[in-house]
Ligand binder design. Structure first.
Ligand code: 5GP
Ligand code: 5GP
Length: 205
């Protein structure tokens, strides 16, 4: 029952930690303590990735965003529609052999974000945003492993958590990331998880 290869080996589900991201970039909205989506990126297990795969699908129209998309997948630095367009064109078009068209891609990204909810995984382990003190990077990774079965990769700027990268196999199950998959600037042994703004009422779970 081998499926035809979609042309890549795994997917990276990349989430932003807004207080960390916005500690080094100018954000246009208050950075809340809830993780938001960056993207879902096809990846080769040997390192590297395909990008901009869709000569004719790139400009596929998107339906109007749902309230969930606006809340969970905002651009932190500019208008969200341009960010969504970029994520579809650069990464989504390459995932299309597995995930389908732009509408299906967006739906899958939102489903995976909720299924592998990082606020819940960290909260259950007592790893709460805090304006004092650090966490061991291993404790963050272990919290996610305990919840979903595999440890993510962490990316930091100046010791502050910016992104969490989870590797998913082609059946969208969490897996350990192959060694060749590297996040942006890695975190050290200790990670700061500064507290952000409150989630706006319209975006609360
Ligand atoms: P940066 O240069 O900030 O690390 O990455 C810029 C962009 O390149 C990312 O937002 C992403 O679109 C892409 N990118 C960087 N590293 C990876 C990677 O390991 N896999 C994939 N699929 N894309 C990446
Ligand atoms: P990537 O190419 O790394 O998948 O996507 C990052 C691109 O989207 C960058 O060019 C960045 O300027 C733009 N962008 C717009 N909003 C955001 C945001 O909220 N977070 C990140 N990481 N990039 C954003």
């Amino acid at each position: 029952e081998a499926l035809p290869s979609p042309g890549f080996d795994l997917l990276l589900l990349v989430r932003s930690y807004p207080p960390g991201f916005c500690s080094h970039q100018h954000c246009h909205t208050p950075a809340s303590s809830s993780f938001t989506i960056h993207g879902l990126w096809p990846e080769y297990k040997t390192g590297g990735w395909p990008q901009f795969c869709g000569a004719h699908t790139t400009h596929q129209a998107a339906g109007p965003p749902t309230p969930a998309q606006n809340c969970l997948w905002p651009s932190l630095i500019g208008p969200s529609p341009g960010f969504w367009e970029h994520e579809w064109a650069k990464h989504g078009t390459c995932a299309a052999p597995l995930l389908g068209n732009r509408t299906a891609f967006v739906a899958t990204v939102l489903e995976l974000h909720e299924k592998y909810n990082l606020d819940v995984a960290l909260g259950n382990a007592g790893v709460l945003p805090s304006s004092s003190g650090d966490y061991a990077a291993e404790d963050l990774q272990e919290a996610v492993r305990a919840a979903y079965g595999a440890a993510p990769l962490l990316s930091c700027t100046a010791g502050t958590l910016v992104e969490v990268w989870m590797c998913l196999d082609l059946e969208l199950r969490v897996m350990d990331c192959p060694p060749a998959v590297r996040p942006g600037p890695k975190c050290g042994a200790d990670v700061r998880l500064p507290r952000g703004a409150e989630v706006p009422p319209r975006c609360r779970p």
